[in-house]
Write a protein that binds this ligand. Structure first.
Ligand code: AMP
Length: 217
């Protein structure tokens, strides 16, 4: 299965990718997570990416395309779900071209639809564990003990780009550069829109319906 999960920041892409991985055994390829790992390791890519990430703007396409091509090539037979990539029309074109050179293509594109105020509320309340990556929300999904991870007791942190000011930039970047990716795919194939303002279990159910159908093809 080769899946693309689209949606604004805070739409729930990361949360739902984890559920998709658990159910279908595909690999979660999140460009944001890979970049954060590169930063934590202090690699040249991580260093080049950090200014863009902290400002809520996009890392240049050539760096991202190289990084994601490597990750996709190393993916297992079961396939992958792409999260946060492609994020520009150019990235989508390069991805399509690279896949078609191998006689492959994306099997399913799903688009999580959320309103801006839900995005703002979700992202500014998001906290994560720097050790195991578990994600919480101060109101909607609090840890058992405030401020610490349920799994390993590590102090939870807020991503530096999850502040209200940076989220506004990330949303503006989304509308300007990433929303056109939805139209790019719509012009070429079916895009399954999934309303994602509501309860995560209900959203997951809608995603699973599409994926179950794909699995049975
Ligand atoms: P995310 O965790 O997906 O919200 O990504 C965090 C940040 O990483 C974004 O705000 C961008 O600065 C950068 N980033 C992630 N994916 C991409 C991409 N496909 N193209 C360009 N920049 C990206």
């Amino acid at each position: 299965m080769r899946i693309v999960l689209l949606g604004a920041p805070g739409a729930g892409k990361g949360t739902h990718c984890k559920r998709i991985v658990d159910r279908y055994g595909v690999l979660h390829l999140s460009s944001g997570d890979i970049l954060r790992r590169e930063r934590a390791q202090g690699t040249p890519l991580g260093k080049r990416a950090q200014g863009y990430m902290d400002a809520g703007t996009l890392v240049p396409d050539d760096l991202i395309v190289e990084m994601m091509s490597k990750a996709i090539k190393a993916a297992p037979e079961a396939g992958y779900v792409l999260d946060g990539f492609p994020r520009t029309v150019n990235q989508a074109e390069v991805l399509d071209q690279a896949l078609s050179e191998n006689g492959d293509g994306i099997d399913l594109v799903m688009n999580l639809q959320v309103s801006d105020d839900v995005v703002l509320e979700r992202i500014t309340g998001r906290r994560s564990c720097p050790k195991c990556g578990a994600v919480y929300h101060v109101k909607n999904m609090p840890p058992k003990k405030a401020g610490v991870c349920d799994h390993d007791g590590t102090k939870l942190v807020q991503r530096p780009d999850d502040t209200a000011e940076v989220v506004k930039n990330r949303l503006a970047t989304y509308y300007e550069q990433t929303r056109p990716v939805v139209d790019y795919y719509r012009a070429r194939r079916t895009v399954h829109d999934v309303p994602a303002d509501g309860d995560a279990d209900e959203v997951a159910q809608l995603l699973f319906e599409q994926l179950d159908a794909l699995e049975q093809e």
